[in-house]
Each structure stands twice: as structure tokens, then as C-alpha cells.
Design a protein around this ligand. Sequence first.
Ligand code: NAD
Ligand code: DAU
Length: 341
Amino acid sequence: MSKTIIVTGGAGFIGSNFVFLMLERHKDYRIVCLDKLTYAGNLSTLEPVMDNPKFRFVKADICDRDAVYKLFEEEKPDIVVNFAAESHVDRSIEDPGIFLETNIMGTATLMDACRKYGIERYHQVSTDEVYGDLPLDRPDLFFTEETPIHTSSPYSSSKAAADLLVLAYHRTYGLPVTISRCSNNYGPYHFPEKLIPLMIANALAGKPLPVYGEGLNVRDWLYVEDHCKAIDLIIHNGRVGEVYNIGGHNEKTNIYIVKKILELLGKPESLITYVTDRKGHDLRYAIDPTKIHNELGWLPETMFDDGIVKTVQWYLDNKSWWENIISGEYQQYYEKMYGDR
Ligand code: NAD
Ligand code: DAU
């Protein structure tokens, strides 16, 4: 059956990959992307689908109630998937305000629209960072959906606040919601301020690779398409009111990732530069994906050794995409963050 889905943040990294997947998989669906086009949103990413009659792009802020309500009136969406967020931990440490506004107030505004106009499902794209971190010396511990919320950064706190609000709208107003909490994604269209694309870009430019602390923090990496497929399953088959963790048991230290990228690009490890650690730096993330596997049959399809090769190749084949970003506003950000670190 045909459906209309509003995808917020669809000009960003994961949102754009989700838009492509949905248009490919559900040919009779209408996909409407609502995006403010912040520094992290890139309309050129959506160029391949701009002329698709099943796709519409609308530039708007999820905090702008009038614009959001107008779009709901026009489109009468069946499903809303909220990717829109300020997503970079380091930026949240520098300037928390916009994180609270977009990630919390924006979520509330979207859900108010869902209440007013009626929807089949509101899906909140959350993060494993709401669980805080795990110690490095306890490899037996994983985040389950029952792990208490325990955040470290303004970013993760704003995402946790949004999650609580989503669950409150379900309990109080009966809004049909689901939440997914995924581990670190990697793949095409990843903004070059995040670890993997930043290291690829710097290595190719022969610039130092800034590793925080000793590079021993652990992240649990998942290929972005696997995350998008999990969300597709949840919005269609997931149980209302439930939280689903998404992750593929792929824990790596940051230094392992950086060395792997250098190896794949044939660049020397002498480019590695250890810099001052991130404030409040979470030690280890590790997802237990048992629930989504048992209930919805989800399993990751791309293993890290293949995914990282595909990703590095994508950055080699799509230099203009990230070089354009690096030559813009991001340039000033980079100077500010790494200039005298
Ligand atoms: P991103 O920063 O690449 O993209 C965010 C997008 O949201 C951009 O297109 C931006 O223009 C848009 N946006 C920002 N503020 C907006 C606003 N007020 N109104 C409308 N649009 C706005 O982020 P990402 O890495 O693709 O992450 C997407 C979502 O997934 C976020 O909610 C994030 O918390 C979550 N998440 C990310 C990861 C990861 O590894 N990147 C992992 C788990 C969860
Ligand atoms: O776990 C999911 C989260 O993953 C998402 O919710 C966030 O939106 C997403 O940005 C990501 O957060 P991280 O902080 O884990 O990602 P980031 O790429 O910023 O950093 C990954 C690790 O690499 C982290 O331990 C910090 C380290 N790092 C990062 C940068 C940018 C470095 O050592 N050097 C760097 O220059």
C-alpha cells in the first residue's frame, strides 16, 4: 500500500542514505524530505533523486511550528522518521544551546504536528550515546534497551531528553511511536568532521591525523545501509512504544580505525598525531542487538572489512563532494577546533 513518509534531516549523512534506500525499496511510497540545511545538510547529496516524482524536498526547520504544520497539512504523512539533529559531540561541547533547541524542541514540535494531524507512526532516530559509556576492562558488558540512561555530553543529553519526551507522548497522548538507538555509523556522505571521513580526508591531503588521547576509546561501527534497513523494519513491523537497539558487534579502538585507513590508502603512520582528549570522552560503546534480531529478524549485512574498503573507495571516487564541504564554513570550524590543540 502506498504511504507518505516525512524524513527529517534527509540531507545529512544517515538521512540521505535512508531516502535513497526507501525510494529504491518502496517504489509506490512518497518520500518528503524536510531539512533546514545547516552546515551538515547538503542538497547536492540529494541531487540523484531531486527529479524523482516520488520525492519532494522542503527546506525548513523542525523547530518552526508554522512550517512543520503547513507541511503536514499539505502532505498528510502516514509516517514521520526524525533524523534531524545537531549530531557532533565536539560541537555540543563548544556550544550546547542549538543542540537543546533542535534535538529537544524540534522533536516536540514534530510530535505536536503528529498529534494534531494524526499519523500511523512517529519514529525517533536516537543513539547508543544515551546509555553513556562502558568500562574498557569489561568486554562482557553491552548496552541493552534496559540499560539506564546515563549521558556524558550535551549532545547525548539532548538526545536522551528527546527520547524521554517521545516515550512521554506515547504514554500521555497515545502517540504511536518507536525509537531506535544505533551505534556509530560509517559509509557514503559522512560529514568530514567525524572520525572516519576526517581521517580519510586528512590522510589524502598528507595532513596530521588528530587522534584524541591515546586512541584507545572503543566505538561499535555499523555500515550506514544496515542502520537504514533496520529503521525500515522498525517503522513497518516494530511494536509501538518500544525501543530497539541497533548494532553489529563490531567494536574497534579509534587507533585501529585510523591505522586501517592509512593502510588502505597506502599512507604512513607517521601522520598520526595524538592531541588533547575530548572533554568527558566516553570510553566504550557496545550494543546488544538481540531484541531487534529476535523480534524483527534484523542482522547486519555488511561486515566491517568490506564496509571500510567500500567507504574509503567512495571517498576516493567522490572527492568533489567532500572537498566542497572542506573549502566552506567547515574550514573555520577546523581551525578553531584543531588550531592549537
Ligand atoms: P548529520 O549531522 O549528518 O545530519 C543532520 C541533518 O539534520 C542535516 O541534514 C541537517 O541540515 C539537518 N538538521 C539539523 N538541524 C535541523 C533542524 N533544526 N531542522 C531541520 N533539519 C535539521 O547527522 P547524522 O550523522 O546523519 O545523524 C542523523 C541522526 O542519527 C541524528 O539524530 C543522530 O543523533 C542519529 N545517530 C547518528 C549516528 C552516527 O553515527 N552518525 C549514530 C546513531 C544515531
Ligand atoms: O554512537 C553514535 C554516535 O556516534 C552518534 O550519536 C553521533 O551523532 C556520532 O557523531 C558518533 O559520535 P562519536 O563521538 O562516537 O563520533 P566521532 O566521529 O566524533 O568520534 C569517534 C571517536 O573518534 C571518538 O572516540 C572520538 C574520536 N575522535 C574523533 C575525532 C573527530 C578522534 O580521536 N579524533 C577526531 O578528530
